[in-house]
Design a protein around this ligand. Structure first.
Ligand code: ADP
Length: 292
């Protein structure tokens, strides 16, 4: 597993050149002719102990889309995200990234970053050094690394905390550091596994607002695992509702609402109605998840 993680870090495309950054962009949710950022082509997963984590999945993710994966525990959300990150391999079927194999991931316009639920910061290093880590590992010259780190910290409103240690930060701030550490690699594709699941609702809402703004500004493609209906509706251009036994995509739920989204969207009748409809679909997915 560690080897796979390091493969992915190596393929996160950190280098000293200028990145194409958001060059892949298209209007979120509206891209139909562009090259898909990710294609899951009948990929399934049977684990070594015989557990079927996922039935064959067919999913195409277009540049600029924000896709959330939601569904009952054990429906394969994390497994699907790990397949997309190339942290695990499918048992059958395959995946493509920008119509190519994973070996091309990391080149300009094809950069990938992963944010886990646990911020996994180095406690002995200051915030700035934590964010700079992927650039240091990639041998990016010090000055450029410092500039990119400052820019990433500014994007998550953390510049004033650059000299602090992780223990001096709140949970929300620690998660911002983790996001900055992903942004510093200038990803095109950002994968997040329940990044705000451990935070209180107020902090989570604020981080969601920042994430939606950042994703829109940088035209990121996002795949985001969550248990929260509200969070999924707020963030996504499309939600894949998954069911278990076997893990599969039960239904797709488009959220065709303009960006950027803000607190006013969350307070709107349209938001409430989308949450109600998604909740109904999720209830159906839960019923369909009962063991046969
Ligand atoms: P979710 O993220 O939706 O809760 P997971 O993707 O973690 O679901 O898991 C899907 C299914 O695969 C579950 O039944 C889980 O127990 C199983 N599973 C996940 N990882 C492994 C593994 N490494 N070995 C065996 N079974 C696994």
């Amino acid at each position: 597993m560690l080897a796979r993680v390091s493969d992915t870090l190596a393929n996160s495309g950190v280098n000293s050149g200028t990145s194409s950054g958001a060059s892949s962009g298209a209007t979120p949710g509206a891209a139909t002719t562009a090259t898909p950022a990710v294609e899951v082509l009948s990929a399934d997963k049977v684990f070594a102990n015989g557990t079927r984590g996922l039935a064959p999945i067919q999913l195409s993710i277009m540049p600029g889309e924000f896709i959330s994966l939601i569904g009952p525990s054990g429906c394969g959300k994390s497994t699907l995200l790990k397949l997309v990150a190339n942290l695990i391999e499918p048992s059958d079927g395959r995946l493509q990234w920008w119509r190519g194999g994973f070996e091309k991931v990391g080149t300009p316009g094809r950069r990938l970053a992963f944010v886990f639920q646990d911020p996994t910061l180095m406690p002995w290093s200051r915030v700035g050094a934590n964010v700079r880590l992927p650039l240091d590992l990639a041998g990016v010259p010090r000055r450029e690394a410092m500039e990119r780190t400052a820019a990433a910290l500014a994007q998550v409103d953390l510049q004033p905390a650059a000299q602090r240690y992780p223990r001096q930060l709140s949970g929300g701030m620690r998660m911002r550091v983790s996001i900055a550490r992903a942004l510093v690699t200038e990803p095109d594709l950002l994968l997040m596994d329940e990044p705000f699941g451990a935070l209180d609702e107020f902090t989570r809402n604020k981080l969601d607002e920042d994430l939606v703004r950042l994703s829109h500004e940088r035209r990121l493609t996002n795949v985001f695992v969550t248990h929260s209906i509200y969070e999924a509706v707020f963030l996504s251009t499309r939600i894949a509702v998954m069911a278990a036994n076997p893990g599969r995509i039960f239904g797709e739920f488009p959220v065709d609402e303009p960006f950027p989204r803000d607190a006013a969207f969350r307070a709107s009748g349209r938001f409430a109605s989308l949450c109600r409809d998604l909740s109904a679909l999720l209830a159906d997915a839960s019923i369909a998840s009962r063991p046969a």
